[in-house]
Write a protein that binds this ligand. Sequence first.
Ligand SMILES: Cc1ncc(COP(=O)(O)O)c(C=O)c1O
Length: 347
Amino acid sequence: MTDAHHTPDHDHHHDRYRAAAAHLRHALQRFPRFPLVTPGTGSHTSLPSLSADLGITLTLMRDDVGAYGGGGNKLRKLEYLLGAALDQGARTVITVGAVQSNHCRLTAAACRRAGLEPHLVLVRMVPNTTPDYVNNGNVLLDMLAGAVIHYVDTAEEARAEIATLMQTLDRPYFIPAGGSNPTGGLGYVQAVAEILDSGQHWDLVVTTLGSGGTQAGLLAGYAAAGVAQRVLGLSIGYTVAEATPIVATDTAGTLALLGSPAPAPAPWIDDRGKGDGYGIVSPAGNDAISSLIRQEGVFLDPVYTGKAMGALFSAVHDGTIRTNSRVLFLHTGGFPGLFAYQPFLTT
Ligand SMILES: Cc1ncc(COP(=O)(O)O)c(C=O)c1O
């Protein structure tokens, strides 16, 4: 810790942030919550070597660490989603995602923890038919969890399959792709309370943007807390035009659930990291994966955090993120994806 952390300015931040965190925790109390987030989640890892190279202070928030299902950002959302499912007396859970969805794998594990039967509608939306993509990584883990897997080829087929399952399964509860809806967003309101509790000031909080719920929850949390915070979403699939209304709608939805009168802030989204699209690795992303493990000993993943970190490097280099900024990058998980993309990571 440097002297700067002990200035009166810091103490002032600390008191205000802690009061804001207490306000958020109070607002969250009335929502049913199934415990999945364990100690270690949300801890901070400084990156001294990379920070020196980039000319910023870059810190990871370890939402990749967790005791259930291999850890990842979806556990925070699933606390509130499965809390709602259990509250409604559900027996089965249906969710949907790409074949190598981390969200589906974590839903399967979390459902087992909660005594619910997981049904996964896996959409063959990524043009990848290698044996590792089809059978290894998250798919292997889904199968070990005994999830009932329903494969489909298109989004339209997925909608039809979900409708059928909602009719035929025992007391089903549906979770949308990525767990991204107003209830799932509450998990990232909780994360904001934790960040504020640490009392540290961040010039910028950065998250990978897939289905959008993580950035939406962060934006809703800071807005409900009355704390101005820049939050950058680095999209790895959607364009800015596609992602913006999704994140804005989810942010407003979570604020409404919380009963907060705060207006939803306009999301700041950058899509330079999406490359050829969702689920397709990029050279910049693969370089970022190498940098993080070789300089700092931390693995990122090929579909989300690697591509987002590649975009962050680029945003530092072109001045979008200013020199000397204090940046908190949310490590949202995805480790099993490395095994699914083996042929694309080792060439
Ligand atoms: C590892 C990982 N990082 C980031 C994300 C993106 O989070 P969100 O879908 O909330 O935008 C996901 C899921 O989509 C993920 O699995």
